[in-house]
Ligand binder design. Structure first.
Ligand code: ADP
Ligand code: ZN
Length: 512
């Protein structure tokens, strides 16, 4: 094993868990590997593939990924090829000949290709050393990247009952793990799980106010560093990339709406350090192996904690410091809720809401970010990490009873019939059409809270809701209502602790 590692790959030592996985595969066992991105999953099947008789079949979801992997291995002098729709007829014939002549150690293909009757019968005729299912979480609807083509792999075992299988993923929840084992019919698998902790990544959450300006001011202090900025929509990507370029930074956009050639050119430039910053949608990143990414910024709230972990995981692969900054405000939350409500299937909606609420509590928590994340992935961490905003800049609590009373009073005077934003308009003393229409400008409560900003009121209102001091009802439009607890507050029998807001300047957020 060691010899192959050195001779074929030029590495001197194994990464954590690689040896154990390789040994189990060599013993012909089924293996389930859970390793964070950058943990070194590829070697776990490449080394056994080189050491065993026959050809290893590697299933990988993306054609672009396949080519990179294969080119890399060819450069290391390994007999490897891929089968996919980009091959010309003559290339295809050539690969097939090599395969049937037993000349290939590794063959990559996408799941839909593998499960085609023609491919299956071709593979029946040759000697297969093992099946490696990369990005195995794609079989699970509970993962962040479900791919229906991957589901078909559940029949693989029936076709090749005696070939061992190794499934690899960086997606860690219990549910997805179980799904992978059952869909692929892994037999009594050896389960190898690496810790998901990435100590060199620092996690920060910043209040999103004027994100473009906030980012520019960050970039000014971090010139020439390589980084990724994730945005939710293509439009934001385009706009921000343009804005940054105008401001004198070296940045390019990346999203699925760009022509293929343009997209791969931009990606290539980023990897080769011809450009410092890539502004991208989540389409960017699978299989990107750039070692020196120094920051990963999330302009918008990620879909769920898994995606967040994956996306930040693209930073600091060389083991050096990387700042992971997430911009957060409540407005994004409402936007996402709105999109989720439009999803046609109830199952999908429920899942999306559940994931959203998990990421919301991650953002709003005052606990160590790393511990919260790792706990989500089933690891038990309790010591403060000293490398996240919660640890370095603990948010203090303050007595918010007086503020809570003003808000509760206003809800009561407006008759418990409105959403938070209207109530705040009244508190703040705004003269909107709606305020005038309901004559809420004549209430005592109108303008009673004008000493605080609207943002502050929103924060207070949301925290009161979150902590159960206020209730929300209504199907389509959330209406804020009083409950037992709110009445106790106004009666003076209950006091309220509120959390101080998140910091809104990146440079202040937990710089050591
Ligand atoms: P993953 O698929 O888990 O994200 P990769 O297999 O792409 O990770 O490996 C990530 C990087 O680590 C690659 O650049 C790879 O060459 C490198 N790597 C993997 N194993 C070792 C090792 N034992 N020693 C040094 N570098 C390694
Ligand atoms: Zn921490």
């Amino acid at each position: 094993m060691k010899t192959v590692l050195e001779k074929n790959f030029g590495f001197t030592s194994f990464r954590p868990n690689q040896e154990e996985v390789i040994e189990s595969v060599l013993q012909g066992k089924d293996v389930f590997v859970l390793m964070p991105t950058g943990g070194g999953k590829s070697l776990c099947y490449q080394i056994p593939a080189l050491m065993m008789k026959g050809t290893a079949i590697v299933v990988s979801p993306l054609i672009s990924l396949m080519k990179d992997q294969v080119d890399g291995l060819l450069a290391d002098g390994i007999s490897v090829a891929y089968l996919n729709s980009t091959l010309s007829d003559s290339e295809f014939v050539e690969v097939r000949k090599k395969l049937t002549d037993g000349k290939l150690k590794i063959l990559y293909m996408a799941p839909e290709r593998l499960m085609m009757p023609g491919t299956l019968s071709l593979l029946q005729k040759i000697n297969i050393s093992l099946f490696a299912i990369d990005e195995a979480h794609c079989v699970s609807e509970w993962g962040h990247d479900f791919r229906p083509e991957y589901r078909k792999l559940s029949e693989l075992r029936t076709h090749f009952p005696n070939v061992s299988m190794i499934a690899l993923t960086a997606t860690a929840t219990e549910r997805v793990r179980k799904d992978i084992v059952s869909v692929l019919h892994l037999k009594d698998p050896v389960v190898v799980i690496s810790s998901f902790n990435r100590p060199n990544l620092s996690y920060k959450i910043i209040e999103k106010k004027d994100p473009n300006e906030q980012i520019i001011s960050y970039l000014k202090k971090n010139r020439k560093k390589s980084g990724i900025i994730y945005c939710q929509s293509r439009e934001t990507v385009e706009r921000l990339a343009e804005r940054l370029t105008k401001a004198g930074f070296s940045a390019l956009p990346y999203h699925a709406g760009l022509a293929d050639s343009k997209r791969s050119k931009n990606q290539e430039k980023f990897i080769r350090d011809d450009v410092d910053i890539i502004v991208a949608t989540v389409a960017f990143g699978m299989g990107i192996d750039k070692p020196d990414v120094r920051f990963v910024i999330h302009y918008d709230l990620p879909k769920n904690l898994e995606s967040y972990y994956q996306e930040t995981g693209r930073g600091g692969r060389d083991g050096l410091e990387c700042e992971c900054i997430l911009f957060f405000n409540r407005g994004d939350w409402h936007k996402i809720r709105f999109f989720i409500e439009k999803k046609p299937s109830k199952k999908e909606r429920d899942l999306a809401f559940q994931q959203l609420s998990q990421i919301m509590s991650y953002c709003e928590s005052t606990e160590c970010r790393r511990n919260t994340l790792l706990r989500y992935f089933g690891e038990n961490w309790t010591e403060p990490c000293d490398n996240c905003d919660s640890c370095l800049r603990p948010r203090k609590k303050f007595d918010g009873t007086a503020q809570a009373c003003l808000l509760i009073d206003c809800i009561s005077q407006t008759g418990q019939k409105f959403g938070l934003s209207h109530v705040i308009d009244v508190l703040y003393g705004a003269k909107t059409k709606k305020v005038k229409e309901f004559r809420h400008d004549r209430l005592d409560a109108h303008g009673s809270g004008k000493n605080y900003s609207k943002d502050e009121w929103k924060r207070v209102g949301n925290e009161l809701i979150q902590s159960g001091y206020l209730s929300v009802s209504g199907e389509r439009y959330p209406i804020v209502k009083l409950n037992e607890k709110s009445r106790k507050i106004t009666a003076g029998t209950l006091t309220v602790e509120l959390t101080q807001p998140l910091i809104s300047h990146i440079s202040e957020a937990g710089k050591k």
